[in-house]
Design a protein around this ligand. Structure first.
Ligand code: SF4
Length: 952
């Protein structure tokens, strides 16, 4: 059901034109940009023309014949949605004849529609019902005796929405939404004339078709043909709040629609600038985890991880945690404890955790999950451009002529942006994909990559340098831009380096595995094809040379002048919903909020004055250092908020050994995650629906998160941190997260102009937001780089230490899938498991055949770090010699195999390159058997605390 077709919906997208035209509609003079539809022009004059097939998020279609108008001097009754406004036109939207025509059309629709309005889930939110009222239809003369579709069978295959063809009016909105908005082309109209019906795929059930369950068709449907099952179950929502998705770094705006305290549905917010009314299967439908019975809502403590959990009061849990941290600091020293902030939590919550650690623990042992994903982005972009964030808005891609995607899979990892990108590609932009796998973008309906460079994992830097070689040696540099905007010496050093023959595509082809002519073609296209934008993901950062590769990307953009305007730029596709924010908020051990080094006396004094403490000028421990220090006996206590390091960090056995060595682990989370199984104190967390705050997405866009229900465990996460801080003796007395944001703004120049009032007024705001940019900064580096002059760096390729050999002849690389999210703690507790219920190993047919592996076989995947067992999927998407898996299920143990290798600058793990052997097996690995035993024991210990998850 469409909740968007209301007050702001004019039907048919706005047309942008410089030239204005004036016409008369119903006796009123209206001036609109040339090309505006008559329907929209009428809306501007305050007249809503009746409509069914039109909506302003889709191209006009002109099929429902309700929006007819009369135009002086024109014969017939043109459809107002497809007729452009012209100067001097005289238009009538109302007349007896029009009323009669519309009524007749409605009568035909209703005669083939179930007359069950009173029991229909869409009652009160149905455009067909509305239009029957608008056209004055009171009775239907044709009856239901003739041919009709009322016996059409419902399709209930999708877990989230039902499809009832009996209610379909064949307005085509769902088909157009699937094509234009989502870009999947899963729906068609099958049959002709009276037999026309919406059909997923080749007349398949939805779940067997190409449908990705984004919900665009459901949003577009004007009747209850496509309807959320939650609305059928709970009834129409009664109230709503605008909030922000808590899954990925796209940061889609949503309207959380409620009935009492029950979420009825999440509909994508039309005015959300990151998504403009679109969504993916996670944000749109996978919110049921928030009230899943596995939620732990009582604080728990235990002395040892072999003890049963004991439910206690908040006072006791907080008091115990604080006394343990104090005890450990007294016994092992001030630096023996630390904490990890959460990229799933709000900016305000993240800020408080790092404040607690720096000011309460008195050290800088704070880190965040960005350590294991985009820390090289922070380093690389900071060094070259001067700021640790992407340069553009998502909308900017609409101005791109060439799109280069490196080590990212936007249609799975950042689906709403992926759809936006595909739309631009369908409009004619060129595409270069640099990825070992044939990701969807390489070859999907109506989108094909112009260049796919399927490089060997671990050879990114050789590739980016070869691209630069072509640009320099073939004279494709943006000389004026470089002369004006970049440091001269750094440019010449870089130019001399990349020009060397050993960096040519021909010389590096053996390293990258990509034929030289493909590299040359891609480089020429990027440098000369117009506005060229780079989008990259963890396939860039999660390498031993992750930072070097980020620098290489920035070098390319500067060398070709592709920075500082719409349609270009360097755009890291951030993973978690608030990973940008958690970095901005000072979650790294060496940086205070706003990326200012802890050793900088002026900055430190600013915080010391505000917080009333003395801060340690020395950077603290990074996550891997915490593990090493735990194993050596010097790091004994951890406060871990909303992060599952056991599942998400590499070399699981090393992580669990480190956690087992600590004396007090405090986990704050909504579920008893894998890390919590090693914890001594469990503090129940709150989901994004239970609190106020802000998230910052990959565009640097700060958006509001709004509480729609009370915290199930009494406190929002920021309140829990505040309780702990106070128990540790660090006074905090915030009564609302807006006060925390006010403190952040007062201490952080790039946030100086940010406030809840401003975000409420503007909808969202992109930092920097301050006196220089009071409404925020959509595009960075317009007149100059943040660091002054852009700086080039030499990007010498250094092969990873992770080598293939006879024992481990294949390279394993990892990634995500559309329906699941990261460690899966949320999505595994939703019906999204219908699409992906386990992690599987993709293997090329050649490698599979060599090993006697068939689709669906159990295979053992062993590396130098460990072994696990997965089901195999033989796939042409892989290149020979490379295998791939996801990491959404703890029992898969994907990170049991990954190694401790990491980026030279930031310690970001090298998840993307692990040498492995894959062989057929018949039973789970030793690690998996141990995991199952440990897991069973932990659930029994939980059951003794009376928790529902333990009983499950
Ligand atoms: Fe949420 Fe990302 Fe999907 Fe948007 S694209 S709905 S932010 S998961």
């Amino acid at each position: 059901m469409n909740t968007q077709i209301h007050d702001t919906d004019f039907g048919t997208p706005a047309r942008v034109s410089e030239r204005m035209v004036t016409l008369e509609i119903d006796g009123q003079q209206v001036t609109v940009p040339e090309g505006t539809s008559l329907m929209r022009a009428a809306a501007e004059a305050g007249t809503m023309v009746p409509k069914l097939c039109a909506t302003d998020s889709l191209e006009p279609f002109g099929s429902c014949r309700l929006c007819l108008v009369e135009i002086d001097g024109r014969r017939g009754f043109p459809a107002s949605c497809t007729t452009p406004a012209e100067a001097g036109m005289v238009v009538r939207t109302q007349s007896d004849k029009l009323q009669s025509l519309r009524k007749g059309v409605m009568e035909l629709y209703i005669s083939d529609h179930p007359l069950d309005c009173l029991t229909c889930a869409a009652n009160g939110d149905c455009e067909l019902q509305d239009m029957a009222g608008v056209t004055g239809l009171r009775e239907v003369r044709y009856g239901l005796a003739g041919a009709n579709h009322l016996d059409s069978k419902k399709d209930e295959s999708n877990p989230y929405f039902s499809y009832d063809p009996a209610k379909c009016i064949v307005c085509n909105r769902c088909v157009r939404a699937c094509e234009e908005t989502q870009g999947t082309f899963a729906l068609t109209i099958s049959g002709r004339g009276f037999e026309s019906r919406v059909s997923p795929g080749q007349d398949q059930p939805f779940m067997e078709s190409e449908c990705v369950s984004c919900g665009a068709c459901v949003d577009a449907c004007p009747t209850a043909t496509l309807q959320e099952k939650s609305v059928i179950q709970f009834g129409q929502p009664e109230h709503s709040k605008i909030t922000t998705c808590a899954y990925c770094g796209v940061g889609c705006g949503f309207k959380a629609e409620m009935k009492g305290n029950q979420v009825v549905r999440m509909t994508p917010w039309k005015d959300g600038k990151a998504n403009e009314g679109h969504a993916c299967v996670k944000g749109r439908f996978a919110w049921g985890y928030a009230t899943h019975p596995d939620r732990i809502t009582k604080p728990m403590i235990r002395s040892k991880i072999t003890d049963p959990w004991r439910e206690v009061s908040w006072d006791e849990a907080i008091g115990y945690a604080a006394s343990e941290f104090k005890r450990l600091q007294a016994k092992y020293g001030k630096d023996s404890v630390g904490g990890i902030t959460s990229s799933r939590c709000t900016n305000e919550e993240t800020y408080l955790v790092q404040k607690l650690i720096r000011a309460g623990f008195g050290n800088n042992n704070v880190d965040t999950c960005a350590r294991v994903c985009h820390s090289p982005t922070g380093y690389g972009l900071g060094q070259t451009l001067g700021t640790s964030a992407g340069t553009q808005t998502f909308k900017s891609v609409e101005q791109s002529d060439v799109i280069m995607v490196i080590g990212a899979n936007p249609t799975d990892g950042h689906p709403v942006f992926g759809s936006r990108m595909k739309k631009r590609l369908r409009e004619g932009a060129k595409l270069i994909v640099i990825d070992p796998r044939k990701i969807d973008l390489v070859d999907s309906p109506h989108v094909q990559a112009d260049y796919h460079l399927p490089l060997k994992p671990g050879t990114n830097v050789a590739m980016v340098t070869a691209l630069a070689h072509v640009i320099v040696t073939e004279g494709l540099l943006a000389a004026d831009f470089i002369a004006e905007r970049c440091e001269e010496k750094s440019f010449h050093d870089w130019k001399d380096f990349v020009s060397k023959p050993e960096n040519s595509p021909e010389a590096t082809a053996d390293i990258t595995g990509v034929p030289a002519e493909l590299v040359r073609g891609a480089a020429r296209l990027y440098a000369t094809g117009g506005n060229a934008a780079i989008y990259y993901g963890l396939g860039v950062t999660e390498h031993s040379q992750g930072s070097t590769m980020v620098i290489g990307i920035a070098n390319l953009a500067m060398a070709t002048g592709n920075v500082g305007r719409e349609g270009v730029g360097v755009n890291p596709l951030r993973g978690q919903n608030n990973v940008q924010g958690s970095c901005d908020m000072g979650s790294f051990p060496h940086e205070l909020p706003g990326y200012r080094h802890i050793s900088d006396t002026t900055t430190r004094q600013l915080f010391e004055q505000a917080w009333g403490v003395t801060l340690d000028p020395e950077p603290g421990l990074r996550i891997p250092n915490m593990f090493d220090a735990a194993l050596s006996g010097s790091f004994m206590g951890l406060y871990c908020e909303g992060e599952d390091i056991v599942q998400s960090d590499p070399n699981t056995q090393h992580v669990t050994a480190a956690l087992s060595a600590m004396e007090c682990i405090v986990v704050q989370d909504i579920f008893l995650n894998e890390t919590a199984k090693y914890a001594h104190v469990f503090l129940p967390g709150s989901s994004f629906l239970e609190k106020d705050g802000t998230f910052t997405n990959a565009e640097r866009r700060i958006s509001r998160v709004r509480q729609v229900m009370k915290p199930l465990a009494k406190y929002a996460d920021w309140e829990v941190t505040q309780l702990l801080a106070n128990a540790l003796g660090l006074k905090m007395d915030y009564s609302h997260p807006s006060q925390i944001m006010a403190e952040i703004a007062s201490l952080t120049p790039s946030f100086a102009g940010v406030s809840y009032e401003k975000i409420d007024k503007l909808g969202s705001v992109q930092w920097p937001c301050n006196d220089d940019a009071p409404d925020g900064t959509p595009t960075m580096h317009i007149d100059g780089f943040v660091r002054g002059k852009g700086k080039f760096f030499v990007t010498q390729y250094v092969a990873t230490d992770e080598k293939v050999n006879r024992r481990f002849p294949l390279i394993l690389t990892t990634g995500r899938i559309l329906s699941q999210y990261n460690v899966g703690a949320q999505t595994r507790r939703t019906d999204n498991v219908a699409w992906h219920a386990e992690d599987i190993l993709e293997i090329h047919p050649h490698d599979a055949e060599e090993r006697g592996i068939k689709d669906g076989d159990w295979v053992g995947v062993s590396s130098r770090a460990g072994e696990t067992v997965l089901h195999a999927k033989v796939s042409e998407r892989m290149q020979p010699g490379v295998v791939y898996t996801t990491f959404h299920f703890p029992e898969s143990g994907a990170n049991v195999i990954t190694t401790d290798n990491s980026d030279w600058a930031t310690n970001c793990p090298e998840y993307k390159v692990t040498a492995v052997q894959v062989l057929p097996v018949t039973q789970p690995s030793e690690w998996q058997q141990g995991y199952q035993r440990f897991n069973r024991t932990q659930l029994e210990l939980l059951e003794q605390a009376g928790s529902p998850e333990g009983k499950a």
